[in-house]
Ligand binder design. Structure first.
Ligand code: SAM
Length: 212
C-alpha cells in the first residue's frame, strides 16, 4: 500500500461521504495563502472530530493548537450557534489567519482564540469543557492532558492527535506522546484507546478518552 493510494482513498471519501467538507476549503486555502504549514487535520478527520463533538452533545469545546482554524471550524460547527469553542494558539500570525477565516465562514462569534503559549493561557480558563482536542506541541502533551482533566467533568471527551507517527523517535516530542499515552492507560479517571490511521496525511493515529 502506498501513500498515494491512501491519499486517493481520502480524496474519494471526502467527495462521497464527508461531502460537507467542501464548505471549509476556503479555510485551508487561506492557510496556504498565509504561508502556514500544511499540518491541519484532513477533511475526513475534521468531519470525524465534528461527529465526536456532536455525539458528545458538546456545548463547550477546548482546542489546544489552532493553526489557521480548520479543525476549529469543524468543532465550532458541532457546538452550534449557542455553543462555544476556546482555542489556544502560540503564533499570532496563525491566530490572525484563523480569526479572519472563522469570521468569513460565519462562525467566528462562537470562537474565542487565546494567543500565547497554551501553558500560560490554560490557567486562566474556566471549565468544564465537554470535549478537549489536543493538537499543539507534542512535548507538552502530558501537561495538556493534566489541564484537560482539570477542566473536565465525567463524560468529557479528550482527543489527542498525532500519537503514532513519532512514537518510536527520540526527543521531547516522542517523550510527550508516549507519556500522554501511558497516562491515558493508567489514570483511573480515564477510559481510553488509540487508533492508527492512514490517509492523505500518511501514517499516524489519534487517541481518545472519556473522563469517568
Ligand atoms: N488543530 C489544527 C488543525 O487541525 O487545523 C492544527 C494545529 S497545528 C498541528 C499545531 C499548532 O499549535 C500550530 O499552529 C502551532 O503554532 C501551535 N502551537 C505550538 N506550540 C504551542 C504552544 N506552546 N501553545 C499554543 N499553541 C502552540
Amino acid at each position: 500500500m502506498s501513500s498515494e493510494l491512501w491519499a486517493g482513498v481520502d480524496d474519494y471519501l471526502e467527495r462521497t461521504v464527508a461531502v460537507d467538507a467542501a464548505a471549509f476549503e476556503p479555510i485551508r486555502a487561506a492557510q496556504a495563502e498565509g504561508g502556514l504549514p500544511d499540518i491541519a487535520v484532513s477533511a475526513t478527520q475534521g468531519k470525524f472530530l465534528y461527529l465526536l463533538a456532536s455525539i458528545a452533545r458538546a456545548d463547550r469545546v477546548l482546542e489546544i493548537g489552532t493553526l489557521g482554524g480548520y479543525s476549529t471550524a469543524w468543532l465550532a460547527r458541532a457546538v452550534g450557534p449557542s455553543g462555544s469553542v476556546v482555542t489556544l494558539e502560540f503564533a499570532p500570525e496563525h491566530a490572525a489567519v484563523a480569526r479572519a477565516s472563522l469570521d468569513a465562514a460565519g462562525i467566528g462569534d462562537r470562537v474565542d482564540i487565546k494567543v500565547g503559549a497554551a501553558l500560560d493561557t490554560l490557567p486562566f480558563l474556566e471549565g468544564p469543557f465537554d470535549l478537549v482536542f489536543i493538537d499543539a506541541d507534542k512535548a507538552n502533551n502530558r501537561a495538556y492532558l493534566d489541564w484537560a482533566l482539570r477542566l473536565s467533568v465525567p463524560g468529557t471527551v479528550i482527543v489527542l492527535d498525532n500519537v503514532v507517527r513519532r512514537l518510536h523517535d527520540e526527543g521531547p516530542d516522542a517523550d510527550g506522546i508516549r507519556g500522554a499515552l501511558e497516562r491515558l492507560g493508567s489514570d483511573p479517571r480515564l477510559d481510553s484507546t488509540a487508533l492508527q490511521t492512514v490517509g492523505i496525511k500518511g501514517w499516524d493515529g489519534l487517541a481518545i478518552a472519556v473522563v469517568r
